[in-house]
Design a protein around this ligand. Structure first.
Ligand SMILES: NC(=O)c1ccc[n+]([C@@H]2O[C@H](COP(=O)([O-])OP(=O)(O)OC[C@H]3O[C@@H](n4cnc5c(N)ncnc54)[C@H](OP(=O)(O)O)[C@@H]3O)[C@@H](O)[C@H]2O)c1
Length: 376
């Protein structure tokens, strides 16, 4: 109760209404603002527990986590924070990334300088999926997960095998639903073929993807494909890790930790984004006594294909502000104005990279497009 009783004025209490919605055409109901428990910024366990408690008090009852986040620690802390409140929340976790053996393609490597060094690999084999779920249940101190998402696709494991392992976990009551994360349109189609003949209860229900006013590439194919199949959609990193907030209006250069965590804070991008926010979002925000981050979240909540918006927060004020974004109404004209402006806005995702890194990035994009064209 810490958040509501100690911080909210009566007026705020009335306006803080986070709507709920079914994930796609499925039975799992979520709060439309979802709390992202990845926990980028360092804070104490006590502070984090307060933030989680505040989120629940504000109506943000759906929490997204993963074994990967802080290599298990995030789930363990969340488990402690939810003590006595498990039945008030829906827990969404993930499977399919491991850092404790040499099997599978490398997704990323924390590098030689990190202590301990971790090499994270894709592993969606049935045994790995079962181990992931059982470890998550222990860390989160619960007997079931409401939704489990395959964190990243694993090209070496037939999707039918992974889906069968997840169906078995449903039969055992360890998970209630399963879905995807970071699956492109071609992978969604492959998966659909693999589960088309299964009963509804043993089919995936969702896809989670990076989606924000600055990242709308999924409009082309992932969103329509997911909708056609009946999958719910969860948008992650909706604030571009803080770049779609009032922070972008501060005169640059931005602090090095911001510049390192998002290309949007690099000088040229930040200048262009500041101008776009000043022209389009700030006037709407001012008229509603809202902040840039609240209007950015409100736009996503008004965008029909998106069921839930997974936003991280490191302070009580941020959680309250994010919850209150759900109470903002945008007129169709305001929605369209933001839509048009940001659909035409592109970040230079390689700003500040040296030539070698730029070429590597370009090669990766070309490869991705070729795979896509080839139906892979
Ligand atoms: N499936 C996947 O592969 C994947 C990948 C990434 C993320 N996710 C999920 O998505 C969640 C959110 O992603 P994210 O943390 O990358 O991005 P985000 O939600 O766009 O950004 C969160 C950050 O924005 C700032 N912020 C939050 N509320 C604010 C407010 N009201 N005003 C101003 N600034 C605010 C905070 O930065 P400061 O801490 O600096 O204040 C916070 O840490 C994660 O926790 C995770 O659950 C999933």
């Amino acid at each position: 109760m810490l958040c509501r009783l100690s911080l909210l004025s009566p007026a705020d209490r009335l306006s803080a209404v986070v709507q709920r919605r079914n994930l796609g055409s499925n039975s799992l109901e979520i709060s439309r603002i979802v709390f992202g428990a990845m926990g980028r910024s360092v804070s104490s366990q006590a502070d984090r527990a307060d933030v989680v408690a505040c989120a629940i008090d504000e109506g943000i009852t759906t929490i997204d986590t993963a074994p990967l986040y802080e290599f298990g620690q995030s789930e363990s802390e969340l488990g402690r924070s939810l003590s006595g409140r498990r039945n008030e929340v829906e827990i969404l976790s993930k499977v399919g990334l491991r850092w404790d053996d040499n099997h599978g393609d490398v997704l990323f490597d924390t590098g030689e300088g990190s202590q301990p060094r971790r090499v994270v690999r894709r592993d969606s084999r049935p045994t790995a999926i079962r181990r992931d779920v059982e470890e998550s249940l222990m860390r989160l101190r619960t007997d079931h997960l409401d939704l489990v998402q395959i964190h990243h696709p694993d090209p070496h494991v037939p999707i039918a095998e992974s889906l069968e392992a997840l169906a078995d976990l449903i039969r055992e009551g360890k998970i209630l639903h399963f879905g995807f994360s970071n699956f492109d349109a071609a992978l969604l189609r492959d998966a659909e073929e693999a589960y088309a003949t299964k009963p509804k209860h043993f089919r995936p229900i969702s896809n989670q993807l990076h989606y924000s006013l600055l990242k709308r590439v999924a409009d082309e194919d992932i969103l329509p494909e997911a909708k056609r199949i009946g999958l719910g959609l969860l948008a992650y990193s909706p604030l571009e890790i803080g770049a779609l907030s009032d922070r972008i209006l501060e005169p640059g250069p931005h602090a090095i930790d911001l510049v390192e965590r998002s290309v949007a804070f690099r000088p040229n991008n930040a200048r262009l984004l500041r101008a776009a926010v000043t022209d389009v979002i700030s006037p709407i925000a001012a008229q509603k006594s809202a902040s840039v981050s609240q209007v950015s979240l409100a736009w996503l909540l008004h965008y029909e294909p998106i069921d839930g918006v997974i936003v991280g927060a490191t302070t009580l004020d941020q959680v309250r502000a994010n919850a209150q974004a759900a109470a903002i109404t945008l007129s169709p004209e305001e929605f369209d104005q933001i839509d048009r402006h940001f659909a035409a806005f592109t970040l230079d995702r390689t700003e500040g990279y040296d030539l070698k890194t730029r070429l590597r990035q370009k090669l990766r994009r070309v490869k991705g497009r070729m795979n896509h064209a080839l139906g892979r």
